[in-house]
Write a protein that binds this ligand. Structure first.
Ligand code: ATP
Length: 258
């Protein structure tokens, strides 16, 4: 599934004046971020003093034990949840400043989200699923959306599945369709929560190679994973423990594209 081509005009790397070019070089920037959950037994600190910068073209793994705060971190940086305190800037935007409706459109344009269980709508065809983010954000003229969906499905290697329903595809094919959907609006950032958790090793490799290609083309990919043997793909690993970043290791050159 490798061998992607130039993603588009609307790319933060190809176009430094693109709004997603970020504050300084960082596309994602978290400063002194805390997240407390209010529970019947009191306030539970799920994130503690998180400081993080992610540059265009980085392929970041977020790792840590169950309960360490990975999903909370992803939710805060995608604006699905707001921090209790601290600043989150993503693609030049202070996420805190947006209302729910603005946030949904902003997220649809700037962040492609990929889930462990694909979350394709079962009654829509694969092409229709890929068109949904374009329909929601009105990013491409209606007459161009199917053509773009087919282009993206071709890019992930499943163009011939375009008019099937999700249930007719294998898990690996469904995840490719979900990746195509995440690219629909050509967002600068992809966030993937355990995207290979439900795939066999062959499908895992092919999804990881595809993410790697996307990062090399300038997309920023942030991925939560439990799988230890994928480190060859990442440019950086961020380890969380009890809501804190306990290590941040640069694995290879990548990202920091200027
Ligand atoms: N809505 C909530 N209310 C109260 N506590 C929560 C809530 N969501 C998460 N937590 C707690 O916050 C901590 C971090 O949870 P989070 O889901 O971010 O961890 P995680 O690292 O993603 O775990 P996993 O790998 O199991 O998905 C956990 O102790 C969890 O129990």
């Amino acid at each position: 599934m490798s061998g992607g081509n130039a993603l588009s005009k609307n790319n933060a790397v190809n176009n430094p004046s693109h709004p997603a070019a970020g504050r300084g070089n960082a596309l994602i920037s978290l400063r002194s971020v805390y997240k407390n959950y209010e529970t019947p037994s009191g306030s539970f600190p799920a994130l503690k003093d998180i400081n993080l910068d992610v540059n265009p073209g980085e392929f970041i793994a977020i790792v840590g034990k169950s309960g360490s705060g990975k999903s909370t971190l992803i939710n805060v940086l995608t604006g699905i949840d707001s921090p209790s305190s601290g600043e989150v800037h993503v693609a030049s935007m202070a996420v805190r400043g947006l209302n729910q409706e603005q946030l949904a459109v902003w997220r649809g344009k700037n962040i492609g989200v990929i889930f462990q269980f694909f979350q394709l709508l079962p009654t829509l065809t694969i092409a229709e699923n890929v068109m949904l983010p374009m329909d929601f954000c009105n990013t491409y003229p209606a007459r161009e959306r199917r053509e773009r969906a087919l282009y993206l499905l071709n890019k992930v290697g499943i163009a011939e599945q375009a008019d099937k329903l999700p249930a007719d595809l294998s898990g690996g094919q469904q995840q490719r369709a979900a990746i195509a959907r995440s690219l629909a609006n050509d967002p600068p950032i992809l966030v993937a929560d355990e995207p290979t958790g439900n795939l066999d090793s062959q499908a895992t490799d092919s999804v990881m190679e595809f993410f790697e290609d996307l990062a090399q083309e300038g997309k920023t990919v942030v991925m939560v994973t439990h799988e230890r043997d994928l480190s060859q793909y990442f440019t950086k690993t961020i380890t969380l423990s009890d809501g804190k970043v306990v290590s941040s290791s640069l694995l290879k050159d990548g990202g920091g594209l200027e």
